[in-house]
Design a protein around this ligand. Structure first.
Ligand code: 3HC
Ligand code: NAI
Length: 702
């Protein structure tokens, strides 16, 4: 039998209104309607002296139902009506908070007259992360409750605050131990006993303060620098300013108008797409949800270099003990010292205590002996990117790891199936492709080998969640999802350089699109030598296109010792960390052009730069989809949003291509095929892309 999503029960002379709408009690149309009916019904009930609003399940309301935003049933005025009904009830309404009280949930709570919270409650207005602003009075009530400066910070950051902080700010009246509902009832009875007033947040006056003009100006200036063209933050400042300058009802009207503008913006559509795409990544077709998963309580890592150390920190931060193995004592000591140094630097910024540094280091045991992996549930190799070395390591791990333990490789370019075979137990092997810096970057590509056991895949996905990574499953192919797509992007960026564009022009175009870094700055940071080495390996394997000019800028700069930022010169010359145009690079590119018969041009338009870099990337994404390397277009978007600095307000490359329109993408690929005299088949549209475009479909429908 269906249970009601909102119910009203009596506890003596108190009413308890309970929302029960799993998983997160989002404010769907039924919940909004249920609340309105419940509170309207309580107005005239003389037997009810006060009300507690609470939620069943793991959390208080986590926001409006985002899935409804694109449907006609969504109307944010419903929630404003609920808030108004609560505030004007005429008897005290106390909210009992627990879990994640977010967005519309916090707005609902602020319309109540009092708020009590369980100690673990997190409270916030994360709408800005969805390209929105709080649309049910949040921008009007929060500054009235906690002051303008703190309110602006909370709404603009979108980050939740702890119950303790909320109490200090005046957002929560009491933090209660034990059952939060019982405690809220107790709190309400005490209010009634002392005839406490029904505090209406909307009636709190914001004290006039000359400093506010400066505060708003400062906030707007900060946004111009930080929010990189995001639409909602500026509107948030406008709404909070309206809260200061206008009566509540008028401020609410401003908020409502701006909320609707945000909701219909392409940026919000992109961010909402990304929200759901991220949650989809964990859903693997055909993977049984009820599989018994091997527990992972201790992790081994081979190689304490850049990646090994970073990977180790993920587990130490989550309280999971690590055995870190190296070939020699000095390399091991260096690796351990780097981890400690990193933690100490964090402590010096006040983000952890020295005691916590020691606690984390105590979880990390260095070793030179593979036998120490005997009690590990997962061992990840992060040694040099060399097939022979990695195969030898995998073979050793196959022998020493206990039966049932998982063996993972962090390779970024080698064949995971070949490595898996070397272990002698390929069902236990999976790729875990972390991104550098591995303790910071959210993305983890989980590479599912031909023989990877379903339980191994599921266990690694569950572990990724524990260490706060967003995991995307990729099939086996060169470069997996992200780096494979990067290849076409870099190819064209380098051809454009040989044709006469400058690194700063290319970077400017892609950075103005929103990329965190253009391709030249990115390569300079990642190391041109690293890129050239991979190209060299592929040349040996014979897997590069039969085009002698292919990626020659990268290979040439590497040969010249211009490895990027670390050598003070790459695509740019470096003045400290500042990239400076280097005429020497122009000369090198002109020379390459003449060597390979590439025509130089005086002027290359920004539009051409964007299209030539971006459309090959999308086209490769389409191939990745048609080959089944990625399960969904959304998975590809999540890889690029979390691993490559793709602008979140564009929703990822596949979503961005859907917005541009696939017929246009196909037409422009055709255009450049002609312009570039496509001898190497660089510009042929993927079959899937052509099919979708011809049928008027989007990647999202694939
Ligand atoms: N609407 C619809 N579905 C939601 C939702 C929401 N607000 N919040 C979470 N969900 C769904 C997820 O899609 C997921 O569904 P699935 O199991 O089918 O994939 C399920 O709830 C569980 O979510 P998570 O996997 O994210 O669970 P976690 O425990 O890791 O996180 C959470 C829970 C912190 C609540 C996180 O889901 C979250 O941050 N949610 C979004 C909160 C938010 O942005 N709220 C503001 C909404 S906009 C708004 O309120 C407008 C108002 O001002 C008018
Ligand atoms: P690194 O050179 O910093 O570290 C490698 C470490 O492995 C060295 O400390 C070395 O002493 C150790 N090592 C080598 N052979 C060993 C063996 N047989 N047994 C034990 N230890 C051994 O290299 P880095 O950058 O950490 O890369 C490691 C792996 O991570 C490579 O496969 C690389 O492709 C991959 N990767 C690197 C990324 C990066 O940006 N650096 C990003 C993603 C993956």
């Amino acid at each position: 039998m269906n249970h009601p999503v909102v119910s009203v029960a009596r506890r003596g002379d108190l009413a308890v209104v309970t929302i029960d709408s799993p998983p997160v009690n989002a404010l769907s149309v039924n919940v909004r309607k249920g609340l309105l009916t419940a509170f309207n019904g309580l107005v005239g009930d003389a037997g009810v002296a006060g009300v507690v609003l609470a939620c069943a399940g793991r959390t208080f309301v986590a926001g409006s139902d985002i899935a409804e935003f694109d449907s006609p049933v969504f109307d944010e005025s419903d929630l404003n009506d609920v808030c108004a009904a609560i505030e004007s009830l005429g008897k005290p309404v106390v909210c009992a908070l627990h879990g994640t009280t977010l967005g519309g949930g916090l707005e609902l709570a602020m319309a109540c007259h009092y708020r009590v919270a369980a100690p673990n409650t997190r409270l916030g207005l994360p709408e800005v992360t969805l390209g929105l602003l709080p649309g049910a009075g949040g921008t009007q009530r929060l500054p009235r409750l906690i002051g303008v400066a703190d309110a602006l910070e909370i709404i603009l950051s979108g980050s939740p605050v702890s119950a303790d902080k909320a109490q200090r700010l005046g957002l929560v009246d009491a933090i209660v131990d034990g059952d939060v509902l019982d405690q809220a009832l107790h709190f309400t009875r005490a209010l009634i006993a002392r005839q406490a007033p029904c505090r209406k947040t909307s009636e709190i006056a914001i004290a006039p303060d000359g400093g506010l003009t400066t505060l708003f100006a400062g906030a707007r200036q900060g946004l111009a620098k930080k929010s990189r063209g995001a639409f909602a933050p500026a509107k948030i400042v406008d709404c909070v300013e309206a809260a200061v300058n206008l009566p509540f009802a008028e401020g609410l009207a401003v908020e409502r108008r701006m909320f609707v503008e945000c909701m219909h913006s392409p940026q919000s559509a992109a961010l909402r797409h990304a929200f759901f795409a991220e949650r989809e990544t964990g859903k693997i077709p055909g993977l049984d949800k009820n599989l018994a998963l091997p527990a992972i309580g201790r992790v081994g890592i081979v190689g304490a270099g850049t990646m090994g150390g970073g990977i180790a920190m993920n587990f130490l931060n989550a309280g999971i003990p690590v055995v870190l193995l190296e070939v020699a004592a000095d390399a091991l000591a260096r690796g351990l010292a780097n981890i400690r140094k990193h933690y100490e630097a964090t402590a010096s910024k006040g983000r952890m205590t020295l005691e916590e540094v020691d606690q984390r280091m105590a979880l990390c045991r260095g070793s030179l002996d593979y036998a120490d992996f005997g009690d590990c549930d997962l061992v990840i190799e992060a040694v040099f990117e060399n097939m022979d070395i990695k195969k030898a390591v995998l073979a050793r791990l196959g022998e020493v790891c206990r039966p049932g333990a998982i063996i993972a490789t962090n390779t970024s370019s080698l064949d995971v199936d070949e490595l898996a075979l070397a272990s002698g137990r390929p069902a236990d092997v999976v790729g875990m492709h972390f991104f550098s810096p591995a303790n910071v970057m959210r993305l983890l590509e989980v590479v599912r080998g031909r023989e990877t056991a379903p339980a191994v895949l599921a266990a690694v996905l569950a572990l990724a969640r524990k260490i706060r990574k967003v995991a995307v499953v990729s099939g086996v192919c060169f470069g997996f999802i992200g780096n494979r797509m990067l290849e076409g992007y870099l190819r064209e960026s380098e051809f454009l350089l040989m044709e006469g564009a400058t690194p700063s022009q290319i970077d400017r175009v892609l950075e103005s699109f929103g990329m965190a870094m253009g391709p030249c700055r990115m390569m300079d940071m990642a190391g041109i030598d690293v890129g050239a080495k991979v190209l060299g390996e592929r040349a040996k394997e014979g897997t590069l296109p039969a085009d002698p000019s292919y990626r020659m800028p990268c290979r040439t700069l590497a040969e010249l010792g211009r490895h990027g930022q670390k050598t003070g010169a790459g695509y740019y010359r470096y003045d400290g960390r500042t990239p400076v145009h280097d005429p020497e690079v122009d000369r090198i590119m002109a020379e390459l052009a003449s060597r390979f018969g590439i025509a130089r041009r005086q002027e290359i338009s920004d539009e051409e730069i964007f299209e030539r870099c971006f459309y090959p990337l999308v086209n490769e994404g389409a191939r990745i989809l048609e080959e089944g390397i990625a399960y969904r277009a959304g998975d590809i978007d999540i890889v690029w949003l979390n691993g490559y600095g793709f602008p979140s307000v564009k929703g990822g490359p596949m979503h961005a291509a859907d917005v541009i329109g696939l017929p246009r993408v196909v037409a422009r690929l055709g255009h450049y095929a002609e312009q570039c005299k496509d001898r190497h088949d660089y510009w042929r549209a993927a079959d899937l892309l052509s099919r979708l475009a011809a049928g008027g479909h989007r990647f999202a429908d694939a």
